[in-house]
Design a protein around this ligand. Sequence first.
Ligand code: NAP
Length: 378
Amino acid sequence: MKVAVLGFGTVGVGVYEMLAKAPGFEQGPVLVRKGKEDQPFKVSSMEAICADPSVGAVAEVMGGVEPANTYVAMALRAGKHVVTSNKALVAAKGIELAAIAREHGVSFLFSAACGGAVPFLHNLSIAALSDTIEALGGILNGTTNFMLDAMQTEGKDYGDVLRQAQALGYAEADPTADVSGLDALRKIMLACAVAYDKLPVDGFAREGIESITAADVTDFQSRGLTCRLVTSGGEAGESVYAYVEPVLFPAGAPECSVQKNFNMAKYRGENAGSIVLMGQGAGRYPTASAVVRDLYGIGGVPMMTERCREVIADNASCVHPYYVRVAAKDKALFAFAECREDGENLRGVTEPMAVPVMHAVAEGIRKEGGSIFFAAME
Ligand SMILES: NC(=O)c1ccc[n+]([C@@H]2O[C@H](COP(=O)([O-])OP(=O)(O)OC[C@H]3O[C@@H](n4cnc5c(N)ncnc54)[C@H](OP(=O)(O)O)[C@@H]3O)[C@@H](O)[C@H]2O)c1
């Protein structure tokens, strides 16, 4: 089957190269912007790709919601299978695109959009049929894992590790989506859609790593703890819980062994128990490998079924003690199980708090111009 590739950037080049060696598949045309057709296989007309009967599948690796959404819908309506690494697209338009795919009897698969090379969504889509998924999530953003790991192993400041991540190509020029937790949140949206047929679209709690300082690292390391940015999801009545926040793990927890830009995706099945998948969460060939792997899933288990619907996330039942660093004047906002003064700050661990309450208190402090770092205690 000939595969057209939409976008010839980091992932697109990897997919195109891998297609040359993928049994059963062949390199098709590559969509580039007008004026960039500098080689015979590069085209700038999506209409021409859709009209080409030799193209059986399309790999969308352009990124962004539009025009990717329009192009993917065109391809599906033309009877082409579509695989994509674009989490922003699937989070925003996945339900509609999956419906178009069903209508036209083709596959719409997006394993590469969550976890890079880690076969998380692929496994979840199958496990969801054979088991009840009790919880899912893990470390799903390699950029922030690289940054946290470097702060903790090399004693560097946030600004230094961000620059290092950018120099190595892990973080983009605008790193906001990674460091704010938005990228990880989009991934948990997709995982909930695959596992529970519920795509959370609002009601999230999201805390990234922008507030962490070298002094925070020194303090929680003195307590024997390691910080990771963790996504959590699971069923919550008619809805799902879905949130992203830093978590502190005791020495020996599997999360402490996730180094550099690696990912650790997890789910717990009622029958299977805990399943942990580790691997490279980003990069040209790891991500391209997941795109090509999805091509071999064409005609198999769908990732987004006709039952999938949008829900508002409900995190009220999720409760943790939190490690908190705040100005001493904000002490009364928390019920501390233990705390001590550190200059003008207080550092301590709260009594268990509901996730939405913790996130709302932090938002209130920042609205008043204050500063806070918090992380759930595993
Ligand atoms: N990089 C990773 O490690 C990774 C990992 C997991 C998922 N992903 C996802 O994979 C997708 C691609 O990421 P990437 O890192 O490969 O991005 P990238 O390096 O920026 O490549 C995107 C390519 O798409 C092209 N493009 C964008 N809009 C286009 C249009 N309208 N027509 C034709 N070409 C267009 C761009 O061309 P121009 O250069 O001309 O703009 C660029 O060549 C994103 O959704 C991303 O979230 C990436």
